[in-house]
Design a protein around this ligand. Structure first.
Ligand code: HT7
Ligand code: ZN
Length: 858
């Protein structure tokens, strides 16, 4: 297959000024007619080449005149008119079959409703069109369907609707904003609607509508409230106002991703929209708030200003993640949110950057763009914007944003144009900063300290380096903002936070007037996406763990202490005294009245096994699992009384509230339950049974279910059976039932997971269900996935091949856990590689899986 290269970008040689689409909907035979007003903008001899895949062409005409066979050409991927006039109307009619579309790209059926997913290249399976983000057109849409599909929705404003013969009806929509084809959307079906309104900062009224499966409207209330909060936040934080009179969201059960920002008609995976206390956890609420905001924020960062080509994907995704993280920080507390964001960044993006799938935030080549919706583009893309703000300061950063919105509104643009706005607004040279977009890999930063007591001076020597990544053997230094403060040995503040910009391979900084030996608190708030090592001693880390005013670094110190204890034990040199000291310090942190429960819950969670595996050259997941479990048990025994007391105190007896404070109490209570399960004596077992049995909301229930599953034996069987019995008709809750079994740490977990793929409730064509079981197992159950027999890897490869036959995008997303094969001990790494080889050798593999599996082989 042919790669697409950034260097080959050429503007499309025609403008499509207006696009009129008529859909005659039918589950197996939908007719789409498209009327495009085309004007030549490029060279005289340029042919008109339109993308189109899996389309049955019924008719084609220019200015009403049907084309003869020799006047156009069609192959499996495009329609070509070699000699096109300079200005004309092209009309095509095609037939498509939505019901057979299990790839869930383009027009497909979910739960008996029609819906679309066009980003990145799905529109070409609906009609012939230049399906690329730099061709912006004004759309008008007519939808005709049977009365069984009462709601007929598309982008923009509704302009007409009415009845037709034979029980059919129609609706017409017009979108005044020119948009690329990837933002087109259509939904048709029987839906309930929750309605509200929002008054914008200039006083305009916007109608808000959330469409869900019949009977589910009450579960959309939190999403609707989140939407209003997001609209207000964007006005206040970025001066961005909504532009249409109507904003719609639709929830669908079958969706490849989280959600999609189609203009005026966002489409959501129902798992990220529907919530009530009985069926959704606090994590679901948190995600709904963030994703509703994310998709809404795309209206400016993505829709009003879009990408010139798909290499610029981070332009909209990185910036929009940065914006949704800002909202979450304001709604839920900056430190707790930052810790969660960094945990996710390290788990997914650092792992990606350290393996064969490493790529720059702005890649320069791809086979299938669907494979580049990665943690690097999204999360590292957001970190880059965060660093930009740290380097420029908030006022200059905001000036740069304002300039970008004003200068590029209505355009499809590039990362260069974006950065130029900040350089201009701040008067700074940002040419070196661009390296963050072009260079893959996580930089390693070291800081060495030398304190001169006589002079009262501290000298910091900072160095940076980045290991080679595929295709990039040599790395250059990047500008890295490092937020640093100093503490005294008793925890007093010696020096407030200052940003040191490390923009060379090595530099030194001297700070005077430091009256006593300081403890360094570096990379506060995780000011840059780097791996930091310092010459800190464990005693320094205990100072930070107990007293750092920067809560991120307080948490980080605890994690580093725990990580080092686990790694030394896994390496066969346990530090019993250190483990005791750590448990003591953790106990002190847990009784600190000034700290919030949500923060304490994070302190209590030990570094995850996948994160620990990243620290190894030749990781042994079984040894890591055992060493981590040992520290868990140590904590559970040492702090048993305190954990039981906190578990009791954090119980909320009144009415359920989804706010951050109540969620924090539930998180701490669940963390205590999880911790106590490592010491399963009769008293703890009774407490855990009580926790699960008395749970009145899904957060408590899942918090109780996992420890029961981890216990194995009768408690596991009983808990799973009663949970399934209670929730067998609720798809979103059943996903949790599968996911909790994916994480089962017992030795028979793999066998059980394989058996679960035959369970009548396992639906492989539904990405949520598939991910709940298969992806949870492969990503979050390392001790069982890395079974020494290789059976875990063979299971994953089997699933990838099965799914690839009908949904390549979702299949490709399952390849990643095998990609880390070089990081594991050779006995395991070889077995992982063998499965990748088996996948690559499979006939009829999709481009999606082929690209990732062959890159993973390196
Ligand atoms: N911009 C959206 C990306 C997306 C997507 C990409 C490929 C295939 C299916 C998809 N569904 C949504 C989501 C977002 O980042 O907001
Ligand atoms: Zn996005």
């Amino acid at each position: 297959p042919q790669a697409v290269n950034l260097a080959d970008y050429r503007p499309f040689p025609f403008a499509i000024e207006t696009t009129r689409l008529v859909f005659d909907l039918h589950p197996t035979r939908t007719r789409v007619s498209a009327e495009l007003s085309v004007r030549r903008t490029g060279g005289k001899n340029e042919p008109l080449v339109l993308n189109g895949e899996r389309l049955k062409l019924v008719s084609i005409a220019i200015d009403g005149r049907p084309l003869a066979a020799g006047e156009y050409g069609v192959d499996a991927e495009r329609l070509t008119i070699a000699e096109a006039p300079d200005a004309f109307v092209l009309t095509t009619e095609v037939e498509i079959d939505p019901s057979s579309n299990k790839a869930l790209m383009g027009l497909y059926m979910s739960g008996g409703r029609f819906c679309t997913q066009c980003e990145a290249e799905g529109f070409r399976t609906i009609t012939y069109f230049p399906d690329r983000p730099d061709v912006l057109s004004r759309y008008s849409v007519r939808i005709e369907a049977d009365g069984k599909f009462p709601h007929l929705l598309s982008n923009g404003n509704p302009v007409a609707s009415g009845s037709l013969d034979g029980g059919r009806h129609f609706a017409e929509w017009s979108d005044p904003f020119p948009k690329p084809s990837y933002l087109f959307a259509l939904v048709a079906g029987d839906l309930d609607v929750l309605a509200d309104k929002f008054i914008t900062m200039s006083g305009r009224e916007v109608a808000l509508r959330v469409f869900v499966d019949p009977g589910q409207a009450s579960r959309a209330a939190y999403a609707l409230d989140s939407l209003k909060r997001a609209m207000k936040w964007d006005e206040e934080a970025f001066g961005r106002e909504y532009d249409l009179d109507l904003f719609m969201i639709v929830a669908v059960r079958d969706f490849n991703f989280g959600a999609m920002e189609n203009k005026g008609l966002n489409i959501f995976n129902s798992s990220l929209l529907l919530a009530d206390p009985q069926t959704a956890t606090d994590l679901d609420y948190e995600r709904i708030e963030a994703v509703v905001a994310h998709e809404y924020f795309h209206n400016w960062t993505g829709n009003r200003i879009t990408c010139r080509d798909w290499f610029q994907l981070c332009l909209k995704e990185g910036f929009t993640v940065f914006r949704d993280q800002g909202l979450s920080a304001d709604m839920r507390g900056a430190a707790v949110q930052r810790i969660k964001d960094v945990r996710a960044l390290r788990a997914r993006q650092f792992a990606e950057d350290a393996g064969p799938l490493a790529h720059p935030v702005r890649p320069s080549s791809y086979l299938k763009i669907d494979n580049f919706y990665t943690a690097t583009i999204y999360e590292k893309g957001a970190e880059i914007i965060r660093m930009l703000k740290a380097i420029l300061g908030a006022p200059a950063f905001r000036k740069g944003c304002d300039l970008y919105f004003q200068r590029h509104d209505g355009e499809a643009t590039t990362v260069e144009a974006f950065i130029a706005c900040f350089a201009e607004a701040s008067g700074r040279d940002l040419s070196g900063f661009f390296g963050w977009y072009e260079q893959a890999g996580t930089p390693s930063v070291t800081i060495e300290t030398a304190y001169d007591a006589a002079a009262g001076a501290l000298t910091l020597t900072l160095t940076q380096s980045t290991s080679p990544t595929p295709g990039q053997p040599d790395k250059k230094p990047l500008p890295i903002p490092i937020a640093i403060g100093l503490l005294a040995a008793d925890g007093r503040v010696l020096r407030d936070t200052e940003i040191v910009l490390l923009d060379q391979a090595q530099m030194t900084v001297r700070w005077d007037s430091i009256p006593e030996p300081p403890v360094l608190s570096a990379l506060r708030g995780f000011s840059a996406p780097v791996n930091l090592s310092t010459d800190a001693r464990p005693s320094d880390r205990y100072v930070l763990f107990g007293s750092d005013t920067d809560l991120f670094n307080r948490w980080e110190a605890g994690q580093t202490l725990a990580r080092d204890l686990i790694l030394t034990r896994a390496a066969g040199a346990p530090d019993e005294v250190g483990e005791e000291r750590y448990a003591d310090a953790l106990g002190r942190a847990l009784v600190d009245d000034a700290a919030e429960p949500a923060f304490k819950a994070l302190l209590l969670a030990l570094p995850s096994e996948p994160d620990l595996a990243l620290m190894f050259e030749a990781a042994d997941p079984a040894a890591l699992h055992a060493a981590r479990d040992h520290l868990r048990t140590r904590i559970a025994v040492h702090l048993g009384d305190l954990l039981r007391r906190l578990h009791g105190e954090m119980q909320i007896n009144g009415e359920f509230s989804s706010d951050a404070a109540a969620a924090g109490r539930r998180a701490l209570r669940n963390a205590c339950a999880e911790a106590l399960s490592a010491d399963p004596h009769a008293e703890n077992l009774a407490r855990l049974l009580g926790h699960f049995g008395a749970a009145r909301n899904m957060t408590d229930m899942i918090g109780g279910l996992y420890p029961m599953v981890a216990m194995g034996g009768v408690p596991r069987e009983k808990a799973l059976e009663s949970f399934h019995h209670a929730w067998r008709t609720e798809p979103l809750v059943l996903d949790k039932w599968f996911a909790v079994q994916g994480r089962d740490p017992n030795p028979d977990a793999l066998e059980r997971v394989i058996a679960l793929t035959q369970h009548p409730d396992f639906e492989p064509t539904n990405p949520n269900r598939l991910r709940a079981l298969v992806s949870t197992f492969a990503n979050f159950n390392p001790a069982r996935f890395h079974d020494p027999s290789g059976a875990g890897y063979a299971f994953l490869a089997d699933e990838i091949l099965k799914v690839d036959a009908f949904n390549p995008m979702t299949a490709a997303r399952l390849v990643e856990p095998l990609g880390g094969w070089r990081r594991y001990k050779p006995e395991l790494g070889d077995l992982m590689r063998a499965q990748l080889e088996r996948i690559v050798a499979h006939p009829n593999l999709s481009k999606n899986v082929l690209e990732l599996a062959s890159k993973a082989l390196g």
